[in-house]
Design a protein around this ligand. Structure first.
Ligand code: ADP
Length: 744
């Protein structure tokens, strides 16, 4: 989900713009007022100047001029009275005008006006009455003598006006120049104010523009943020619908893991209501008696460390019904990076867990069954071997007696059948051990050439009997010593070569061994042994199945060639256990090639001495040995005693372990042939007791029908020296006795 930030108003920027804008505005207004006031003052000055310029002392000058004309009229002889009266009236009018209040402006000050009024009073008091008198006294057409006094007074008055006009002119000039100076000052001040006003207006405009721009930007950001918020809300809504409608229980918790919200699926699955869950740690409600405490600790630790985790845990519903969930918990990280809570999504995995548990149980049962089967087969084989020992021993003894041909045939067949039964029992034991995976393999240095020589020496008589060739070739590249389980390798090769001989009538069997060294590791490689025959071959559709247990080529071959159908099943499993494989190619009527591949390690300095060498054909004289036979089974006792007799050995007999203990305490035997399973004291306990007794110790050779893996080691571990497996042959006994040091 896209994270949207709420639009942030840039108060700092706005303030930075608004405050200067306001200051500028106030300054502009103040400056405006100042400019207006100085402009008004300016206009006053201009008006004053105008007045001064326009309103000169014209009236007074005219008064002076009228006085001059009156004087002329008075002086001139024969001036008619009406003329004189006209001159008087005009002079009186101008003089009167010069006394009016407004003249204070044209004259420049009140002092000058006062002087004008004083002159007017002089006119009224001293001049005008004389003029009136002359007008009244004169007769029309009669000239009056010049009135010297009157003329003098008129002249004085005219001079007064002349002086006043000149003084007024001076005052006007002074005032005009003062007004001009003030005007100049006002003009320059106003100019400066206008400049400041202009600058301040420009800054105001710039600030207003900046403010508008910032506001527009903020608005645009706001719109973008609002759109994002809308999209985020829509996404949130979709998610919340998904979370609400999903079948997976979902819990949202605070950072300490206490539930803040759960969806419907949670309520349905657990049976708890929202109000029961909110504020509580869900685990406290859901975990129960069988919940794994380690898992709970792990979850708690993860929540404390505020980190995500997944796990599977057993929960319980409100009604106590257990169910398994897979839990996926993730922290919710806030804008500042801190964990503000967790989202836990649960998946019900009860079915899978139950299936897994059932599978594990089934596997355990299967393994137990396989073990029981192997155990059963081991017991069976033990039980079969004991009577078989008698059958084979007695028929072998019988064959050594004088018999009619027919009798010899019967006994031979009986003996061969016994041997066949024995190999069958051995195969079944091997197969079940491989199947139950209880067959233990060992790895020891072995000479491959020696193994192939053993196999061909062993089977050469068979080849000779059926008139087919048997050849064996070992590539020089095969290392002299390799590490492998040589016993099992030999077993597989005996089976393959034996089969080849069994199914070939014309031609022969070729065995060849080669070695493919590993490119990465010079000390490792693959041993490849091919067994090729020119026999009957195997039909293509059966080739894969011959490696299955109890499968044979066809029923007719079984009839003709015998066999159990277990050989290849065992061989292929051994090859697999050795890390390799067994494959076949075959053409019916032409022959077959079996290829065994086994990975091996090359032994540089190991000695092949660890591998028990095949027993030498015994030539030692065993007749001088003192021998005790401990055997509980009467028939087998008889067989063993008879065989020993054949070897020229007269043996003492004990019927169980206790008997062996007693007899060996009385007589120092060279060798004790000790059956293992005996009533009261068994062979193992008897051996341990004899060994514990100290003194001169006999060689103890186990006679046992136990043919399972590890039996030999177990017997040697309790103090026995050798081991003869039942059913044994005369030669086996002779070999065991030959290994006993001949008494001095
Ligand atoms: P067995 O030989 O005891 O019957 P195997 O498992 O060794 O059992 O062999 C299974 C079957 O494979 C044999 O019955 C036979 O039909 C066939 N088979 C094995 N080896 C050969 C061979 N070399 N040539 C022809 N058929 C063979």
């Amino acid at each position: 989900m896209a994270r949207t930030r709420p639009p942030r108003v840039r108060w700092g920027t706005l303030l930075a713009l608004v405050v200067p804008a306001l200051l500028t505005l106030v300054t502009t207004v103040v400056l405006g007022v100042m400019v207006t006031r100085s402009t008004l003052a300016l206009s006053d000055n201009v008006r004053l100047t105008q007045n001064l310029v326009d309103g000169n002392v014209r009236t007074l000058s005219q008064a002076q001029r009228e006085l001059l004309r009156l004087e002329s009229a008075v002086v001139a002889p024969g001036t008619p009275a009406d003329q004189l009266e006209l001159r008087r009236a005009l002079a009186a009018q101008r003089i009167q005008e010069g006394t009016l209040d407004y003249q204070v402006q044209t004259l420049g000050n009140a002092g000058l006006l006062a002087r004008s009024r004083a002159l007017a009073e002089t006119w009224t008091a001293r001049v005008e009455p004389l003029v009136r008198t002359r007008v009244a006294a004169g007769t029309p057409g009669v000239a009056l003598p010049a009135p010297t006094a009157l003329v003098g007074r008129i002249r004085d008055l005219e001079l007064g006006y002349n002086q006043l006009v000149s003084d007024a002119e001076i005052t006007r000039k002074v005032q005009a120049s003062a007004a001009n100076g003030a005007t100049d000052e006002l003009v320059s001040g106003t100019r400066a104010l206008l400049v400041v006003l202009g600058v301040s207006t420009l800054s105001f405009v710039a600030l207003v523009a900046g403010t508008v721009r910032v506001l527009l930007l903020a608005r645009r950001q706001q719109i973008v943020a609002a759109e994002r918020l809308k999209a985020a809300r829509a996404e949130l809504q979709r998610h919340s619908v998904a979370v609400q409608t999903t079948d997976n229980p979902v819990v949202i918790t605070d950072p300490d893991g206490r539930a803040e919200w759960v969806n419907d699926a949670f309520i349905r699955r657990t049976g708890y209501g929202l109000d029961e869950v909110v504020g509580r740690v869900p685990g406290h409600l859901l975990q129960g008696p069988d919940t794994d405490p380690a898992t709970v600790d792990h979850m708690r630790a993860c929540v404390e460390e505020r980190r995500e985790f997944t796990c599977e845990v057993l929960n319980y519903t409100r009604d106590g019904v257990p169910y398994w969930i897979a839990l996926d918990v993730r922290p919710i990280v806030g804008d500042d990076g801190s964990v503000t809570g967790f989202v836990a999504v649960q998946t019900d995995v009860t079915k899978r867990r139950l299936t897994e548990e059932a599978l594990v149980a089934a596997k355990e049962v299967a393994e137990e069954t396989a073990r029981a089967k192997a155990q059963f087969l081991a017991s069976m084989s033990h039980e079969i071997r004991t009577p078989l020992n008698a059958v084979l021993g007695l028929t072998e003894l019988l064959l050594d007696t004088a018999l009619a041909d027919e009798q010899r045939d019967y006994v031979t067949t009986a003996h061969q059948s016994g041997r066949h039964l024995l190999s069958l029992v051995n195969d079944i034991l091997d197969f079940s051990a491989l199947d139950a995976d209880t067959l233990e393999l060992e790895s020891a240095p072995a000479e491959i050439r020696g193994v192939l020589d053993d196999v061909s020496a062993m089977l050469a008589p068979v080849a000779a009997r059926s008139g087919v060739g048997l050849s064996c070739r070992v590539d020089p590249a095969v290392p002299p010593l390799v590490c492998t389980d040589v016993t099992r390798l030999r077993q597989v090769l005996i089976n393959l070569v034996g089969n080849g001989l069994k199914f070939t009538e014309v031609g022969g069997v070729d065995v060849s061994a080669s070695f493919e060294s590993s490119p990465d590791e010079p000390a490792a490689g693959r041993l490849v042994v091919t067994v090729h025959d020119t026999g009957i071959g195997i039909a293509r559709d059966r080739q894969a199945r011959i490696f299955d247990p109890f499968v044979q080529g066809d029923t007719s071959t079984t009839r003709t060639h015998g066999g159990t159908g277990l050989g290849l099943a065992i061989s292929t499993r051994i090859a697999a256990r050795l890390g390799g494989g067994l494959a076949v190619t075959s053409t019916p009527g032409e022959g077959s090639t079996f290829t065994l591949t086994v990975p091996v390690h090359v032994c540089a300095d190991g000695a092949p001495g660890l591998e028990p060498s095949p027993r030498q054909e015994s030539v030692a004289d065993v007749t001088a040995l003192t021998v005790l036979l401990a055997e509980d089974d009467a028939v087998n006792r008889m067989v063993a005693v008879s065989m020993l007799g054949r070897l020229g050995v007269v043996a003492d007999v004990a019927e169980d372990g206790q008997g062996a203990l007693d007899a060996s305490a009385a007589t120092a035997y060279d060798v004790i042939l000790m059956d293992v399973h005996m009533p009261r004291v068994d062979g193992i306990a008897a051996t341990e007791a004899i060994r514990a007794r100290g003194g001169r110790q006999p060689r103890i050779v186990a006679l046992t029908a136990n043919a399972l893996e590890g039996d030999r080691d177990r017997l040697l571990a309790v103090g026995m020296d050798d081991y003869v497996s039942k059913p044994f042959r005369l030669e086996d006994l002779r070999a065991a006795l030959s290994a006993v040091p001949t008494p001095a």
